[in-house]
Design a protein. Structure first.
Length: 94
């Protein structure tokens, strides 16, 4: 399975009129061991819409790919901590 390192959670901002909690959740990060050979190791990627995010078990699923979650971005973790958010609050399962 591909591994995402230095990852962060992002929400799509395509529709400015859509409530934030209804926006699509994706991950940005550096991909390693891409089995489909789409990206070189260390390439910065943005996933497609997340179908499942499980930080406790360290994986994320999109429609076609399951990612192993490596280390979260330090900058993103600091932002979350400074603003009283928890990554676990973003866990999804469709």
């Amino acid at each position: 399975m591909p591994i995402l390192e230095n990852w962060s959670i992002v929400r799509d901002n395509d529709d400015p009129y859509l409530a934030p909690e209804l926006r699509t959740i994706r991950l940005n990060g550096e991909i390693f061991d891409d089995e489909k050979m789409r990206f070189e190791n260390g390439t910065n990627v943005s996933t497609s819409k997340l179908k499942e995010l499980n930080v406790k078990e360290r994986y994320a699923k999109t429609l076609n790919t399951t990612y192993v979650l490596g280390k979260v971005s330090e900058e993103f973790q600091k932002y979350m901590n400074d603003n009283g958010y928890k990554i676990e609050d973003y866990c999804v399962k469709e």
